[in-house]
Ligand binder design. Structure first.
Ligand SMILES: Cc1ncc(COP(=O)(O)O)c(C=O)c1O
Length: 451
């Protein structure tokens, strides 16, 4: 190496925003209110997806913004290794009204992926402290999404989001089993979970991670009655922990506090995010059964894990304000009513739209499966849903397109999940715009299929 001094770099380089699709120009949103967004050009968008199933109480609420401002003026930040804060303690207690009976602990983080990582590390540490260090394998569905960070991605079963990172994902420790099949009764279907545990070796299996109602990976797929009860019994039989990922389907999205309440099974831990602070702050977390935390408390005494922004006072205060809105305005029941209206309307739309092969969902977490109408099966090449999503955006409607639900590679779908506060007339506008977008996209279907 030369010992000549290097010239100091000149300050003043150019930094631009790095977007997911760097070459694309994204509309810049300058105002958001209720179920609408406005871009800098004055174009209005109806938010049929709450962003990505996040903005559950609607956009632009001054009451929530004021709570955040007040909290940040009072205590902006404390680090979780040194202090707690009033909003974090109160948020944990307020969640008592949302969880099933029993004792729980709330570990707060800044996003769903961090929450999944936390749950993975929690179940691992609990097994080690229980004297079963060989238990480290996380089992999950071959159609699932648990987050974008490497552990959460390894736990996910969404081919398109994973392939590139394959060499970095420790797939030997993250084993997949098939998703529920709607043709099978729930208890019979759950046999796939037990088969996976037996294949891994029951003494090596740490936990089963499941989205009670599947979101991005298989749109709004609702397993049959008895499925989760059977999964719970299988986990108990083999000493395996059960974690429900309610990041998308929880916090009232399905018309109940949590989606798993549609069945009679209680998990060991629940992952929450998205609707918890409804887009007003980056807040997520793990609701861990007290029995898990007690193992650590009475064992090593310390959870070997943490993030800088965990338990941030400002995000916790926002979480409290969002719970206030959800509870005092009856928004969870509103989510159920809105979902029923939309489901009925989508079924009518499907009858007149040959490419919609299935409409499904619960509460206001709704999925439309799009197939090639010529063959009544998935398009040979996935991506048609994105074409529909783009046309919808042109028409001023936001939906959440996705691919790969059929076999990891093929399959097209749209997720729809507006803010629970959406009025009937706005729901009707959503259906009309979606019908229009599907009809316009149909005109381009031939070109899409030719690639
Ligand atoms: C079920 C589920 N889990 C985890 C995540 C990851 O959350 P985040 O994007 O906030 O990291 C998502 C995001 O879509 C999700 O749908």
């Amino acid at each position: 190496m030369s010992d000549r001094p290097r010239p100091a770099p000149a300050p003043g380089g150019r930094v631009r925003a790095f977007h997911r699709t760097p070459g694309r120009t994204y509309p810049v949103v300058v105002r958001a209110e209720g179920v609408y967004l406005w871009d800098a050009g004055g174009k209005r968008y109806l938010d049929g997806a709450s962003g990505a199933l996040v903005a559950n109480i609607g956009h632009g609420r001054a009451d929530v913004a004021e709570v955040a401002a007040r909290q940040l003026r009072q205590v902006d930040f404390v680090h979780g290794s040194q202090f707690s804060s009033e909003p974090f303690e109160r948020l944990a207690e307020r969640l008592s009204a949302w969880v099933p009976s029993g004792a729980w602990r709330f570990f707060a983080v800044a996003g769903g992926s961090e929450a999944t990582e936390s749950a993975i590390k929690l179940v691992r540490q609990v097994h080690v402290e229980r004297g079963e260090p060989q238990r480290h394998v996380i089992l999950s569905r071959s159609t699932s999404y648990h987050g974008a960070s490497l552990g959460a991605l390894a736990a996910s079963g969404m081919g398109a989001r994973k392939t590139l990172y394959g060499p970095l994902l420790n797939e030997a420790s993250f084993v997949k089993f098939p998703p529920p099949r709607r043709a099978l009764p729930g208890p019979e279907d759950a046999a796939a979970v037990e088969a996976a545990i037996l294949a891994v070796g029951p003494d090596r299996a740490a936990a089963v991670f499941l989205e009670p109602v599947i979101g991005a990976a298989a749109p709004a797929l609702v397993p049959n009655p008895g499925y989760y009860e059977a999964v719970r019994a299988i986990c108990d039989r083999h000493g395996v922990l059960l974690v429900f990922d309610e990041v998308m389907c929880g916090m009232g999205r399905v018309g109940r506090p949590f989606a798993f309440e549609n069945w009679g099974a209680v998990p060991d831990a629940i992952i929450i995010g998205k609707g918890l602070a409804a887009g007003y702050a980056p807040l997520a977390g793990v609701l861990a059964g007290e029995h898990l935390v007690a193992t650590i408390e009475q064992g090593s005494g310390s959870f070997v894990h943490g993030f800088t922004y965990a338990g941030h006072p400002g995000t916790a205060a926002v979480g409290l304000a969002v719970l206030d809105a959800l509870e005092s305005e009856g928004l969870v029941a509103a989510s159920a009513r809105l979902g029923e209206r939309l489901l009925g309307a989508f079924c009518e739309l499907a009858a007149a739209t040959p490419e919609i092969s299935e409409v499904r969902g619960v509460g206001s977490l709704l999925g439309l499966v799009l197939d090639d109408p010529e063959i009544g099966a998935p398009f040979a090449r996935a991506g048609y849903a994105y074409a529909v999503g783009r046309v919808a955006m042109d028409l001023g409607l936001v939906v959440y397109p996705g691919t790969g639900a059929h076999d990891g590679a093929r399959g097209d779908h749209l997720l729809v999940g507006p803010p629970f506060s959406m009025a009937d007339a706005e729901a009707d506008e959503l259906v009309e715009k979606l019908g229009h977008a599907l009809a316009m996209a149909r005109g381009q279907m031939g070109a899409f299929q030719e690639g």
